[in-house]
Design a binder for this molecule. Structure first.
Ligand code: NDP
Length: 333
């Protein structure tokens, strides 16, 4: 079976691509340029057999017809591509349009391609949570939706709000398309919080590393341990495995999986970082600002109930593996 992974060159996209390859699927990754494809294939030359991996160049996921060629003959679609950063100058152009229109283009192409049977969308805890209900009395589950709208996000001057809204409106659009009578596939969505785990994408500079890996590494060389922007996380390998399960098993069909493995604060990240001999002198001691604040609870039990034997990677393991990989990349650069 052939899986289309959009955004295969990204942090989550790389983990998802590797998981499908490891499970024996053929993968067609979409990337913005052939150079990105070549660099990825070189870095992960041992991760696929001859003929198991191919590429489609999709320069802009939001362009009309962006996926019309890439979708041909595909059985399963994993749409991971969407901007995740807080450097937003134009709310619509930089965030809302690529998130919403990218999802629309990808799923509309899937709707027209008779071979497609399953679609999994990488949504986010951002599409679940509500900025006005982050206190300890709230428990967020897969049933919750961020109340933000395109209109509120268009006017917002908070990039974090705009990113969260972009995920909400994109996921909402995906479910809308999935319910249309002409749609022949079933949709599932995976909603990760801050994704930890080894960043295995091609990294050309630590300054341009993906947002969540950068947030873990932020404790290194900091004057004072910074607060975590969101105190909930999950390992990239768990998130990738969930994409595979959500798009290939009967139990995974038509579900929205909130996928939160652990709650943490950055003093705990810093403590693990200090246990690396090479990082010991590059990480300050605990700071008051980074200490855990009372906050919301989360319920990701649908994942455990749906997939028998499911086990989350621990915070300690995930943080260690994140830091070890970035340290390795830093030495190579
Ligand atoms: P990355 O920045 O590493 O990956 C984003 C991917 O999307 C890249 O491959 C990027 O291509 C591609 N992309 C973005 N905009 C466009 C566009 N307009 N046209 C073509 N390609 C585009 O971030 P992550 O891996 O962290 O994010 C991937 C997905 O996971 C997103 O949907 C994000 O919302 C979701 N997610 C991530 C979380 C995390 O903590 N990391 C948490 C929750 C959800 P290029 O590399 O060429 O820019």
């Amino acid at each position: 079976q052939l899986v289309l992974v959009s955004g295969a060159s990204g942090f989550v996209g790389t983990a998802v691509t590797l998981a499908y390859l490891e499970a024996g699927y053929r993968v067609r990754g979409t990337v913005r340029s052939q150079d990105k494809a070549d660099a990825w294939a070189k870095k992960h030359a041992n991760a696929f057999k001859d003929g198991q991996l191919e590429w489609a160049i999709v320069k802009d996921i939001a362009a009309p017809g962006a996926f019309d060629e890439a979708i041909k003959g595909v059985d399963i679609v994993a749409h991971t591509a969407s901007p995740f950063h807080f450097d937003v100058k134009d709310n619509e152009k930089d965030m809302l349009i690529p998130a919403l229109e990218g999802t629309r283009q990808c799923l509309r192409a899937a709707q027209k391609e008779p071979s497609v049977k399953r679609v999994v969308l990488t949504t986010s805890f951002a599409a679940v949570m509500d900025f006005d209900r982050l206190g300890p009395d709230t428990t967020f589950s897969h049933k919750d939706w961020n109340p933000a709208t395109y209109e509120t996000a268009k006017k917002s001057d908070n990039p974090s709000y705009v990113y969260c809204a972009s995920k909400k409106i994109a996921e909402e659009e995906a479910w809308r398309i999935a319910k249309e009578p002409e749609t022949k596939w079933s949709l599932s969505t995976v909603a990760p919080p801050m994704v930890f785990g080894p960043p295995l994408q091609v990294i050309n500079s630590l300054d341009s590393i993906n947002t969540s890996s950068g947030a873990v590494w932020a404790v290194v060389d900091s004057k004072e341990v910074p607060p975590a922007s969101f105190p909930v996380g999950t390992d990239s390998r768990d998130i990738a495995k969930l994409h595979v399960l959500a798009s290939t098993t009967d139990e995974g069909k038509d579900q929205r999986f909130l996928a939160i493995a652990f709650h943490y604060d950055n003093n705990q990240v810093a403590e693990i970082a200090r246990s690396f001999p090479e990082l010991k002198d590059r990480v300050p001691g605990p700071s008051d600002g980074a200490a855990a604040q009372p906050h919301f609870k989360t319920d990701s039990s649908l994942v455990e109930k749906t997939f028998a034997g499911w086990k989350w990677t621990s915070f300690e393991q995930s943080t260690k593996d994140t830091l070890a990989e970035i340290l390795k990349v830093e030495k190579q650069l």
